[in-house]
Design a protein around this ligand. Sequence first.
Ligand code: BG6
Ligand code: MG
Length: 214
Amino acid sequence: MKGVIFDLDGVLLSTDRLHYEAWKKIADKLKVPFDRSVNDRLRGVSREASLEIVLEKYDGRLSKAEKEDLCNEKNEYYKELLHTLSYETINPKVRETLSFLKEKGYRLAVGSSSKNTKTILQRTGLENYFDAVSDGNNIKKSKPDPEVFLKAAEYLFLKPEECFVVEDAEAGIDAAVSGGFRTIGIGPAAGYSKTEYPIKDIVQIKEIAIKNKT
Ligand code: BG6
Ligand code: MG
């Protein structure tokens, strides 16, 4: 194996709470119930698809333009909340793992559905660890489609079968498997039957990487 592609939200840092706060404002405005269990279903899902989930209990119809406005409004709230991120937001084990993988000669990429990926990497000082970034801005189809990871592998000049994908979402593992990648699952994805390497702690990637280096 030669590359590792990291999902962002839920793997390199936890932004669930920020997405939750931003979507909650939209849900409250529309008077639809929204709680942590609905928020958990938004993991790995694009902004537009997330809105459809938020709207499941909405009693009414919205035009395409109204939906676009709601997505933009949510993103404005979310971007405000991103100002709270800093170097300290990142668990030191994440930097330790990324440095280790680079030292061992792995090429590293981010593969995220988020259109805010670059802002988040900059605010947390993570951007220099990665040789490539594939995100919501360069894809047409969101996870579980493999496009975001296929693009990441292409940017790394590697084949899918030469890369691990690290994911916290089942939709992300599905995307990786259908793209021909090998998978490492953390958090909810650790309990998913399609995950090849379930892990509890990000540092466990080090052993997996050493065992499989080519
Ligand atoms: C994913 C998150 O990384 O990005 C989802 O897990 C989110 O919850 C998606 O909806 C899109 O993010 P953004 O920043 O483009 O709204
Ligand atoms: Mg994720």
